[in-house]
Design a protein around this ligand. Structure first.
Ligand code: PLP
Length: 393
């Protein structure tokens, strides 16, 4: 059996490899703490589970769901965007329900890229954009992110030829893996860039609700003119601790949303209607459940950053996401440091190289394990790492 050529350019999914390493150590009896994958340990709020249970008992939810998502969920999404961002959306034409945002982000490349078309993809970045572009026959053009620029791309530095050939620009703020955030000024520049080069902006706003110190990340669609040039992906996974439920949505430019809907009607049949009913309960229901969960991550962030700094690591304090993007100490690269932490401390972290070449000297820690486990992981790193304190900044 021979797989197709396009499959050969695809590395094994980052977390599959980590899972294997973790399982092998556990099999040897090592107490491994995983700060690898960004999968919240906190449970889905009970009123959302109740909504699922009630809807699942109703036989009308047992048939194929409407392709574009239920009217109720699309209306709830539009209302939530209005309340949260002050952005007006037409639930009929500007909202599409997804089987998790990863699904839509992967398929969007098929809709907008012809063979050899370029897509501008941040390096480092969430790996799905790059892989989806390759699978669709397009070419990812890496756009470097650097710490000195707050991990925001320098749009003016994108070569004219690449900007001209590009059809899609993928962006993601609050950002995975760097935890960087973007403000509206940046999004205004993105709109101008997209207009000038006729590029579709695909903004992934999965982490908009996971923010600290009173900070409220904006939507790309708040930038004037954004709806003419872009779409925004969202997910219930992180906000409501629903990663296993597989529910997300895309909003924005009606033509782009409808084009993605056309592809999806041909290859999937939507998410279980009862899960969509639970999504309505999540978006329309009390939001203090989100604030409580974010408060937990904020405390973990404070504790972990303090502990890692005490261990001599030069860790910035992120104001969003539950990730820490940590520069590796001298003498290591991302893979050797991740292996070192696994072997010496029994702690799984993600090597930054998995997010692109520019992640080569970083590892990502996800604070999505229970408090006591995060605390223990940080203590083990502090006790067993033995690196020198970084120079004062
Ligand atoms: C930046 C980013 N986008 C999208 C996703 C996928 O989320 P979902 O569970 O909605 O597919 C993730 C998950 O980690 C992510 O980090």
């Amino acid at each position: 059996m021979e797989v197709a050529r396009r499959m050969r350019s695809i590395p094994p999914y980052l977390f599959a490899d980590l899972d294997r390493k973790r399982a092998a150590l556990r099999a040897k009896g090592v107490d491994v703490i995983s700060l690898g994958i960004g999968d919240p340990d906190l449970p889905t709020p009970p009123h959302i589970i109740d909504a699922l249970a009630e809807a699942a008992r109703n036989p009308t939810t047992h048939t194929y769901p409407p392709y574009e998502g239920t009217v109720e969920l699309r209306r709830a999404v539009a209302a939530w965007y209005g309340r949260r961002f002050g952005v007006t959306l037409d639930p009929e034409r500007e909202v599409l329900v997804l089987i998790g945002s990863k699904e839509g982000l992967a398929h969007v490349a098929w809709v907008f890229l012809d063979p050899e078309d370029l897509a501008l993809v941040s390096d480092p970045g969430y790996p799905v954009y790059d892989v989806a572009v390759r699978m669709a026959g397009g070419k990812p053009h890496p756009v470097p992110l650097e710490r000195g620029r707050g991990w925001l791309p320098d749009l003016h530095a994108i070569p004219e030829d690449a900007a001209r050939r590009a059809k899609v620009l993928f962006l993601n703020y609050p950002n995975n893996p760097t935890a960087a955030t973007a403000d509206l000024d940046f999004f205004n520049d993105v709109v101008a860039f997209a207009r000038r080069h006729r590029v579709l902006v695909v903004h992934d706003n999965t982490y908009s609700e996971i923010a600290y110190d009173g900070y409220r990340p904006p939507s790309f669609l708040e930038a004037p003119g954004a709806k003419e040039v872009g779409i925004e992906f969202h997910s219930l996974s992180k906000t409501y601790c629903m990663t296993g439920w597989r529910l997300g949505f895309v909003v924005g430019n009606a033509a782009a949303v409808q084009a993605l809907a056309t592809l999806k009607t041909n290859i999937d049949s939507g998410q279980f209607t009862a899960i969509q009913a639970a999504g309505v309960a999540a978006l329309n229901g009390p939001q203090d459940v989100v604030r409580e969960r974010v408060a937990t991550w904020e405390q973990r962030r404070n504790m972990a950053v303090a502990g890692l700094r005490a261990a001599g690591l030069d860790v910035p304090l992120p104001r969003a996401t539950f990730y820490l993007w940590v520069p590796v100490p001298a003498g290591f690269d991302s893979a050797s440091f991740a292996d070192h932490l696994l072997e010496q401390a029994g702690v799984v972290v993600t090597p930054g190289l998995g997010y692109g070449e520019r992640g080569r000297n970083y590892v990502r820690l996800s604070l999505t394990a229970p408090d006591a486990r995060v605390k223990e992981a940080i203590e083990r790193i502090r006790d067993r790492l033995g690196v020198a304190a970084p120079p004062a900044r």
